[in-house]
Structures are given as C-alpha cells and as structure tokens.
Design a protein around this ligand. Structure first.
Ligand SMILES: Cc1cc2nc3c(=O)[nH]c(=O)nc-3n(C[C@H](O)[C@H](O)[C@H](O)COP(=O)(O)O)c2cc1C
Length: 362
C-alpha cells in the first residue's frame, strides 16, 4: 500500500512524452533497473509491450573494467537493435573509477548513463557503494561530475536515489544537497524511490515525499519509483506526486502486460475494465521470453535464467501454485515445453496478480 488512496486523486493523468536530455521518450512509462532481471530479454519484451525506455540491471565499475570476452559477461552488456533507447546503470565507490566505466557503457551502446545511489544491500553499503553514497554528498557529487565529464554531451546522465539513508532531518538535507547539486552538474533527470535505505523493502514507498520533491524540482525532470504493481497504481502515483515519469520495477517481472495496460489507462480506458492476459497470450510471451534467453545465453543457461521469471509468470495463471511448482521442477528445454504444453494448452482467463504481496528484494 502507498500513501495515496485513489479516492483522493483529482485530475486523471494522460500519456505525455518524457525528455531525458536529448532523448525524447514516447511516454512517461519506464521499465526500472532490476538487478538479476532487467537483461536483454526482459527489456525487449517491455519495449514490445510499450515501455518507452528501459534500464539494464546495475553494473559495478570493477565489472566494467574487466568484462573481457567471456560470453556471460558480454551477455550482461548485450543490447538488441529494437530496444533503443536503453539505459545502462553504474555502481561504484571511488569517483576515479566511474569515468572509464561510464565510457565502457557508452561503447557498449547504451543511450543514457544512470548512476545508482540507492542500492540497500548490506554488502553494497559495506563497500561504500549504492545507497551509502547518500550519506556523503561531496563524494556523490564528485561521482556525478566525473561521469558527466566522461561521456559525450549528447548522452544524458541521470541518477537513481532512495529518499535518504533514514528518516532523520540530516538524511533529508543530504538528499536535497545531492538532488540539487546533481542537476547543477548537468544530470538530465533523477529517479527517486520513496523508501529509505534502512527501510529496504519494509513498508510503503512514501509518495508524499515524492510529491514534495517534485514541487521542489519544478521543471527539472523527476521520475518516481515504488509500489507500482498495477495500471491504477501508476495513474495514482502520477496524480498524487505530479512526477514526470514512472519506473515500474517488481510489477513488471513476469508481467510485461503492465506497460500496455498502463498506457491504455493513460489513454482513457478505465483500469477496472482491464483484464489480465489469457492463458494462451501468456504462453506466447513465455515461449518468446525463452527464445530470447536461448539466443542470449545458449539453451543450457536459458532455463536457469528464466526460472525466476517463470515463478512470476505463474502468478497470472488460474492455477498459480501448481504452475509455479512445475516451472521450478523444469530442468531442460523439453521440460519447459512440457510445462507449457500441459498447463497452457487450454485457454482461460488470466489471474490478476496485483493484489499479491511481492517479497522480491534486491
Ligand atoms: C530484485 C530487485 C533488483 C533491483 N535492482 C535494481 C538495480 O539494479 N538498480 C536500481 O536502480 N534499482 C534496483 N532495484 C530497485 C527498483 O528499481 C525499484 O526502485 C524498487 O523495486 C521500488 O519499486 P517497486 O516497489 O515498484 O518494486 C531493484 C529492486 C529489486 C526488487
């Protein structure tokens, strides 16, 4: 749940273009960066279903310095021709290491470079990366300057931040120092996740805070993040916070239809009338996801890379638990096809997963 019951929402938002520096996006609906998930197959499907822009999972500066020619490493940098514009995201600790890493992302073909000041994972914080940087504005802003200077002018640089380290006034002050300082150093947009770093995924994303930041931002481009699990939630966040764009995260894993449906809602369809995809529509997309994963990783690894998505796809099936267990047990391509044959053979209406509690965390 979030802090904006739909009954309090006034004007209905509609589809609007979104500008990230030189990039003009067709709508304000974006696929968020998701470590372990937002790889080429997920992003391609998100784009086909209408996401205006997608972000690759975060990459460490050290990983980018040592990518080499290893197939698995290169797969993480792979971009399909059809998916542009796509953003690459960077994480690190030392400002000196960001410039070469940012250039490597540009060389790989990413159209925008996003910097991660949000990751709440303990190991990441312990290494002074991700969300930790919200506690040291000087270092954070030095990183922004180094990245902005390192990449060509036409490539936008953006930031992803949580709303602060914690709920203290000092944390909020640091948030605004970084927010304003980053724009002053040339970032094109900032995405704010309305949870604090210590909060991790407990409790709601604070949309009142996002609204206050957008009022502060004025014309500067801000995207909102947190608790976007349905088209209605997307409309509500836009109406409540007035942010310029949204990044859909967990709500898009195993549910690319959320993009199509959110755009329909922005174009005037009543979200209450939108129905989940049928079992046959689901089968087609899961099979395509598997094909894309095979092309990228090879057949052996595709099944493994897809299992975590399949568990989420299963939530849209009328028999979610049965299908989830069948996907978990599938090892080979033949097993995968058998699950689709057995459980997706007969068409039926799909199930709406948006009311489920999502316990996926970074
Ligand atoms: C499994 C997982 C991986 C994530 N990886 C990233 C990442 O690589 N970069 C990033 O900026 N945010 C990452 N996030 C945060 C999401 O982009 C998003 O801000 C957060 O999940 C809140 O949105 P939601 O409540 O709608 O899921 C991740 C979140 C999850 C659950």
């Amino acid at each position: 749940m979030n802090t904006s019951p739909s009954s309090t929402v006034a004007a209905r938002p509609c589809r609007q273009p979104l500008h990230l520096g030189s990039l003009r996006l067709d709508s304000q609906i974006v696929q968020a960066a998701l470590s372990g998930y937002s790889d080429l197959p997920m992003r391609v499907l998100a784009r086909r279903f209408g996401a205006a822009y997608t972000l690759c999972e975060v990459m460490l500066d050290q990983f980018l310095a040592n990518v080499g020619t290893n197939r698995r490493n290169l797969a993480r940098l792979a971009i399909a021709a059809e998916e542009h514009p796509v953003g690459g995201q960077l994480m690190g600790a030392n400002p000196d290491d960001f410039a070469p890493a940012a250039r490597r992302l540009v060389e790989a073909g990413f159209d925008c470079i996003d910097i991660n000041f949000g990751c709440p994972v303990k190991k990441v914080l312990g290494r002074c990366r991700g969300g930790y940087l919200l506690s040291v504005p000087e270092t954070a802003l030095e990183i922004v300057s180094r990245v902005r200077e390192a990449v060509p002018e036409q490539i936008p640089v953006t930031l992803k931040m949580r709303r602060g380290i914690d709920d203290s006034a000092a944390s909020e002050e640091k948030f605004f120092t970084i927010f304003d300082g980053a724009f002053a150093r040339g970032v094109a947009a900032i995405t704010v996740h309305g949870r604090s770093v210590v909060q991790r995924y407990d409790g709601p994303s604070n949309w009142d805070f996002l609204a206050a930041v957008k009022r502060h931002a004025g014309d500067r481009i801000m995207l909102g993040s947190g608790d976007l699990f349905s088209p209605q939630a997307c409309l509500d966040m836009l109406a409540h916070t007035k942010v310029d764009g949204l990044t859909i995260a967990r709500g898009a894993i195993g549910n690319p239809w959320i993009f199509e449906q959110t755009l329909a809602a922005l174009d005037g369809t009543d979200p209450a009338t939108l129905t989940p995809p049928t079992v046959h529509a689901q089968r087609e997309v899961i099979a395509e996801h598997f094909r894309l994963a095979c092309d990228l990783h090879g057949e052996q690894l595709a099944g493994r890379s897809l299992r975590k998505f399949a568990i989420k796809y299963a939530k849209l099936h009328p028999e979610p638990l049965l299908v989830r267990d069948a996907f978990i047990a599938a090892k080979t391509t033949t097993d995968w096809q058998a699950v689709l044959m057995q459980h997706y053979h007969t068409d039926a209406p799909g199930r709406d997963p948006s009311g489920d509690i999502d316990e996926t965390t970074e």
